[in-house]
Ligand binder design. Structure first.
Ligand code: AMP
Length: 301
């Protein structure tokens, strides 16, 4: 990774709870504000934007890299999820991360593990309806990461809109002493939201995958243009997905930003969310649309 003459940079890693706790405790004793960026690795510019935000706002930045088995369904891609720890560590080192927590599944879920976190309601719609148990796994691992690392601030992407909504609910409900910072979605120049799963796409699928961001663009532009029939708009978003080769929509909807309930009429702020299989790869995307400024929002968010 290093050019001739440059000193290769390394980052401290911790594989056990005891090690990461000791590392973070020492930083906190030095008066450091601790930021945590939870990830499943295969880091891309989306993850790096979270790390940059943490680097700007915190003294000590921990990135966790853990492909969490409990959030994958039995037919899902846990086994083949992209993993490249050496590349991830190099990226973290170059981004000035202070420590990477990369535990094994057995460290996180030792024999006899039996406790799970359930955020009722919010976890049962959209992604939760299609991926039963997914958010139980997410909420459980995120609460465990908060307990293991004990950060002051944790960074999440708006790309996973429902996930950050559920985590904010969990933190409020369970009085978890962590601040949640949500960062904008990072996209390719043509609008495709960055995702570790994009590597699964072949060139034709990659082209078809643009239907997701296009259907969000349709929602935004239609609302900006005065469309107020939200039901009709949902149908048009879904039709755009369904009429694209290789794309099979799971949902295309417009919801309340906090409750995730389907909006029947325009609210000051709405969230358009889409999920679809593109070939064999399942992708999700969303856009927060403010009706006052719908004409000005753009796909950078
Ligand atoms: P993951 O490794 O997919 O679990 O993602 C780790 C974190 O990165 C989550 O908070 C995601 O929402 C966030 N993230 C993933 N993709 C993006 C993106 N394109 N832009 C911003 N954040 C993202």
């Amino acid at each position: 990774m290093s050019s001739p003459g440059s000193v290769p940079v390394a980052v401290q890693t911790a594989e056990t709870v005891a090690h990461v706790r000791a590392t973070v405790d020492a930083a906190r004793r030095r008066g450091n504000r601790v930021g945590l960026v939870p990830t499943m690795g295969a880091l891309h510019a989306g993850h790096m934007s979270l790390i940059s935000a943490a680097r700007r706002e915190c003294d000590f930045v921990v990135v966790s890299i853990f492909v969490n088995p409990t959030q994958f369904g039995p037919q899902e891609d846990f086994g083949k999820y992209p993993r490249d720890l050496p590349a991830d560590l190099a990226l973290c080192a170059r981004a000035g991360v202070d420590a990477v927590f990369c535990p094994s599944p057995a460290e996180v879920y030792p024999t006899g593990f039996a406790s799970f976190v359930e955020v009722a309601g919010l976890s049962d719609v959209l992604e939760g309806k299609i991926r039963p148990g997914h958010f139980r796994g997410v909420a459980t691992v995120v609460l465990k990461l908060f307990e293991m690392v004990r950060p002051d601030v944790a960074y999440f992407g708006r790309k996973d809109y429902q996930q950050q909504t559920i985590i904010r609910r969990m933190v409020a409900d369970l009085n978890v002493p962590v601040q949640i910072h949500v960062c904008p979605t990072i996209r390719e120049a043509d609008g495709l939201a960055l995702s570790s799963r994009n590597v699964y796409l072949n060139p034709n699928e990659r082209h078809s995958a643009l239907a997701l961001s296009r259907s969000l663009q349709l929602a935004r532009e239609s609302l900006a243009g005065g469309e107020r029939d939200v039901g009709h708009l949902r149908t048009r978003m879904r039709d755009l997905l369904a009429s694209t080769p290789l794309v099979r929509p799971d949902y295309a909807t417009i919801v309340h930003p906090d409750t995730l309930a389907e909006a029947s009429s325009p609210l000051p702020t709405l969230v358009a969310l889409v999920a679809a299989k593109v070939g064999a790869t399942r992708l999700i995307d969303n856009e927060v649309i403010s009706l006052e400024s719908a004409g000005q929002t753009h796909m950078a968010q």
